[in-house]
Ligand binder design. Sequence first.
Ligand SMILES: C[S@@+](CC[C@H](N)C(=O)[O-])C[C@H]1O[C@@H](n2cnc3c(N)ncnc32)[C@H](O)[C@@H]1O
Length: 276
Amino acid sequence: METGEPSRTATAVARARAQHQVADEPRVFTDPFAVRVVGEAALGEGEFDQGLDPDFVRRRRMWIAARSRFADDAVAEAIASGCRQVMVLGAGLDTSALRNVHSDVRFFEVDHPDTQRWKRHRLAEAGIAVPATLTFVPVDFESATLAEGLAAADFDRARATVFLMLGVAAYLTHPSLTATWRYVAEQGGPTALVMDYLHPVAGAAAAALGERAQRVAAAGEPWLSSFTAGELRDELLGAGFSTVDDRSAAEVLGHYLGRTVTDSLGSGHLVRATVA
Ligand SMILES: C[S@@+](CC[C@H](N)C(=O)[O-])C[C@H]1O[C@@H](n2cnc3c(N)ncnc32)[C@H](O)[C@@H]1O
């Protein structure tokens, strides 16, 4: 990210979720805050989508919606099992905390200080109240560890927690990812991490992806990490997780659409890793 500037990719994915509310049928992810948080003016073409194959843009939007739905489901399942803490890492304009209806479930949003400052301003501008259950924690993963960032926050290291990390791993270096995974795996109580990552692709999909990679890099947010499913599994088990459930974008989307999906983004993969 450009120093002092908020993440532009955070706006891009939030805009995709907003467009999903109004443009896609069937809708796999419902978010009453999605349009409000970006503003209706942002429903037009996204800055990284200009000139790209509209079908690629739609498939990417469906994937972004599906991964948020998957995260919502994981949070709901954990809450039903007694979990009372949710941490959203690299939160951007994610609205999970705004949609929380449980007064005893605490959300923590961790993000780069510049992006988090902008989000708080954006929420105020949109007239969206910050719930009492939400705590903001500014952390730059590349210059501080989660442990350092959370030291002053009222986060209970001994309690069951769901960690969400959507659209973030690609932007972090390997050392900061490893440090983050270790911190998450060492959380006391049943722990779940839901994260997506960039999986290498070949063929036609690689060209559209390469174009997008160039655009986000030019905006100061280069993709720094990608993994095969086997590599990521080894990384997570090595960091201390005991189970790793890895799904392709097509599998995740197909699950919510109730049919086989063959045209989803090959580069999208989602993982749910747990420690009992
Ligand atoms: C593509 S956005 C995803 C935002 C959000 N998770 C979502 O799905 O809407 C990437 C997020 O990663 C955050 N991020 C990137 N590099 C970071 C860093 N070094 N430290 C903290 N957050 C970072 C950005 O601020 C941004 O919020």
